[in-house]
Design a protein around this ligand. Structure first.
Ligand code: DQA
Length: 148
């Protein structure tokens, strides 16, 4: 089972960026925790890009490489990017799970809309680093239960 954990803009700044919202641990800490939690079960690759085009390329490459699922925190592009919505649809039936560390629905109104959610298999928000672990569990159960 191969899963790509894909992070969008400003998520390379985890640990120093608004720690009251995102905590004080880094992106490397997040990935180390995920790899240790799923060590034998899942091969986790991880990428982070600040630019929209690079995220689209990463989704298309994931499809070429035959990943089993993508855990995707698109950051602020979640709320704006029709191009990412289309890219997620273009790699169907690979399940893409939208994740957010914060509960976006409890924050500013501009974060309440996701342009990509309708293209994703599901959405997990509000559990900090644990959102990513739950999203990997969701990919594992997609493979087990849901017709593609
Ligand atoms: C975020 C929420 C987004 O609104 C924000 O732009 C981010 C992080 C989250 O993980 O909570 O960059 O996706």
């Amino acid at each position: 089972m191969k899963i790509l954990v894909l992070n969008g803009p400003n998520l390379n700044m985890l640990g120093r960026r608004e720690p009251q919202i995102y905590g004080d641990r880094s992106l490397d800490d997040l990935l180390a925790g995920l790899r240790s939690a799923f060590q034998d079960r899942v091969e986790i690759s991880a990428l982070q890009f600040n630019s929209e085009g690079a995220l689209i390329d990463a989704l298309q490459t994931a499809w070429h490489e035959g990943v089993d699922g993508v855990v995707f925190n698109a950051g602020a592009y979640t709320h704006t990017s029709v191009a990412l919505h289309d890219a997620i649809k273009s790699i169907a039936p690979i399940p893409v799970i939208e994740v957010h560390m914060s509960n976006v629905h409890a924050r500013e109104t501009f974060r309440h809309t996701s342009v990509i959610a309708a293209a994703c298999r599901g959405v997990i928000a509000g559990f900090g680093f644990d959102s990513y672990r739950l999203a990997i569990e969701a990919v594992l159960s997609c493979k087990a239960d849901i017709p593609q």
